[in-house]
Design a protein around this ligand. Structure first.
Ligand code: GDP
Length: 138
């Protein structure tokens, strides 16, 4: 079994659609094995998106991610990382495929409703960023 870190982003918590996103996650066969609603502070957001710190959108991205609560969650499945990336759809919702979360709900390239880890290495780091082992109940 594989685990991945998911974040339901501020645009989705603001619109009260976290349950609908969770339904899409569960309908796809992934299991939510840890979940909490938090407000990221700027330090947490900057640390999480460290890899993007040289990108022109970094400041906007960190401001957005701290603008409302987020839901951080651990998803489990046989190929959880790749399966969740597929379920999320393309970063820019204009390019997202039918049936994906971003096609259904994203507002734009930044306000795109969900995050999912992109590799096993990053999944491990990102899960550890938000959860201790005893908070993850498989
Ligand atoms: P992801 O793996 O599909 O989430 O995409 P990336 O890792 O490339 O980017 C991380 C996040 O930064 C995205 O999910 C968006 O919220 C945001 N982002 C990516 N590209 C852009 C962009 O060109 N402009 C803005 N404003 N935000 C972006």
């Amino acid at each position: 079994m594989e685990q991945t870190l998911s974040i339901i982003k501020p645009d989705a918590t603001k619109r009260n659609i976290t349950g609908r996103i969770n339904a899409m996650i569960e309908d796809s066969g992934l299991r939510i094995i840890a979940q909490k609603r938090i407000i990221l502070d700027l330090k947490m957001a900057e640390g999480f998106y460290e890899v993007h710190k040289e990108r022109p959108f970094f400041r906007d991205l960190c401001d957005y991610m701290t603008s409302a609560p987020v839901i951080v969650q651990v998803l489990q499945g046989k190929n959880a990382i790749e399966d969740y990336r597929k379920l999320m759809g393309s970063t820019d919702p204009k390019n997202a495929e039918d049936g994906t979360i971003r096609k259904a709900y994203a507002l734009g390239i930044q306000e795109n409703s969900v995050h999912g880890s992109d590799s096993p290495e990053n999944a491990k780091i990102e899960i550890g960023y938000f959860f201790s082992d005893n908070e993850i109940i498989a």
